[in-house]
Ligand binder design. Structure first.
Ligand SMILES: Cc1ncc(COP(=O)(O)O)c(C=O)c1O
Length: 477
């Protein structure tokens, strides 16, 4: 590092780095279609990171060069067209550009005075999202890191409501002395929701899952009996709009109607399934979702904005205020008319997520986002056709949304042997590196479950996926 004072040195270096970065960004973004999904040999490249803290740094330019090189050799191409693991979206051009700007401006959206535009854009973008999803305009909203934290916000509001039903403000006095909170759902409940319930002192094993089959589909009459037994005690019903193995839905409409006959808070986890609302081809899966008390949804999945970005919508704004309020003499007061978003959600310090969300909705509108969703629906159907046409691949569930459950099945093997083989094949496919795709289970059966949520994915990509899984499966025989 130079001997000039740090301010002068960094200002000079900053100029050089911006030039280096503009060139690098051009290459990085242009190569998104081509970079391998997971570079083979990634683990080896990481050995370079095992060094002790540099006493004298090597400077920004060399460091960024090394970072680019390391990412080239060991970075997952999660924004690329061949990443189908978990449920991962890409980024629209406008969203990516805006997100880079949010970082360049070092935008903070804790409270209005730190970024009037960042805070106002968040409120505007949340209003647009409510319109896009057909949620009531009066619902409160907040941006968080993703589906997990969106569930956290919604269930914190639910817990606050439940405490108040018992005459207590749990954000002040905690849960001591209260009965166990009844939480009812189907077997589709997402692991992150259980994590959230554990964090909120409700306890993941207190969740009652009513499963009618191995898949985890709702046993409606068992849930109804359980609600009847509660005799009007307040309870929480969690509806899973989009489960991760085959993109199925709980019966949203029926569950909301049932919950409304009892004294229930209705939460809908719509991390990716809520996007079904924006295409007439799939909107029926999430009919009546506007009647819920809270709804969570992810942006970094099917909205195609960069990580991390999720949204919580809660009918009663006051519950968010009471659940998340905090104060200190140096913080804005509750009666300040300028919004402090950090006081109605879990994070105080918050980045400028609103830039990307506002920009993608502004740039492409409802129509553009409907096209992204329908493109992915088409890709899922096209992939399902590849599976059906291939003698050694077997479709394992009907394809209703953007996830296709299938397995390699060359014939002549028992289900147990096929499970073992597909588990092993899952690892082989990942180390091959051409695709990022995961395995899971439907009932006892091991499946591959590619999820298509990125505008970049083309028909040829999923045709190749079918060929690669079959080819690598064959190599194991
Ligand atoms: C249905 C559902 N809920 C919640 C989550 C958690 O979301 P995140 O990983 O963004 O925290 C996911 C993630 O895949 C999901 O599919």
């Amino acid at each position: 590092m130079s001997t000039k004072d740090i301010g002068t040195a960094f200002r000079q270096e900053s100029e050089l780095l911006v030039e280096q970065l503009c060139r690098a960004l051009t290459d990085v973004i242009h190569a998104t279609d081509e970079r391998p999904a997971l570079p083979p040999g990634a683990a080896k490249a990481l050995e370079e990171l095992n060094e002790s803290l540099p006493e004298t740094g090597c400077g920004g330019q060399k460091t960024i060069e090394q970072l680019l090189d390391l990412n080239h050799r060991a970075g997952g191409n999660t924004g690329g067209p061949k990443c189908f693991h978990f449920v991962i979206g890409g980024s629209t051009p406008a969203a990516l550009a805006a997100d880079l700007l949010a970082t360049a401006y070092e935008t903070i959206t804790y409270t209005w005075v730190l970024s009037p535009v960042g805070v106002h854009m968040e409120l505007q973008a949340l209003d647009w999202l409510k319109e896009l999803f057909g949620l009531p305009a009066t619902m409160a909203g907040i941006m968080v890191t993703g589906g997990t934290m969106a569930n956290f916000v919604c269930l914190a509001a639910a817990r606050q409501w439940w405490g108040e039903c018992h005459g207590l403000d749990v954000s002040e006095t905690g849960m001591a002395g209260l009965p166990v909170m009844p939480v009812l759902t189907s077997g589709f409940v997402h692991a992150s929701t259980l994590k959230v319930l554990s964090l909120q002192g409700i306890g993941r094993s207190n969740v009652q899952q009513f499963c009618g089959d191995d898949f985890g589909r709702l046993d409606y009459s068992a849930m109804r009996s359980a609600l009847e037994k509660l005799q009007g005690q307040p309870a929480l019903v969690i509806i899973n709009a989009g489960e991760v193995n085959a993109g199925e839905f709980d019966p949203v409409e029926d569950m909301i109607r049932l919950a409304r006959q009892h004294n229930c808070w209705v939460h809908v986890d719509g991390a990716f399934g809520l996007f079904a609302r924006i295409s007439p081809r799939t909107a029926h899966f999430v009919k009546d979702v506007e009647k819920a008390d809270s709804v969570s949804v992810d942006g970094h999945k099917w909205l195609n904005v960069p990580y991390d970005s999720g949204y919580a919508f809660v009918r009663d704004h006051g519950l968010l205020v009471r659940a998340f309020r905090y104060s200190a003499d140096y913080l804005p007061t509750e009666d300040d008319p300028r919004p402090t978003l950090g006081a109605i959600g879990p994070e105080s310090s918050r980045r400028g997520r609103s830039f990307a969300v506002w920009s993608t909705l502004k740039a492409y509108g409802r129509e553009g986002h409907q096209r992204i969703v329908e493109h992915c629906l088409d890709i899922a159907q096209h992939f399902a056709q590849q599976i059906n046409n291939h003698p050694e691949l077997e479709l394992m569930a009907e394809v209703s949304l953007n996830i296709v459950a299938f397995r390699f099945n060359p014939g002549g093997l028992s289900d147990e042997q096929l499970d073992e083989m597909n588990n092993h094949l899952g690892e082989v496919v990942l180390s091959d590196g051409r695709f990022l795709v995961g395995t899971s289970k439907i009932g006892k059966r091991t499946i591959f479950r590619p999820a298509f949520s990125n505008w970049r994915t083309r028909e040829q990509d999923v045709e190749e996926l079918a060929q690669v899984v079959a080819e690598l499966g064959h190599s194991l025989l």
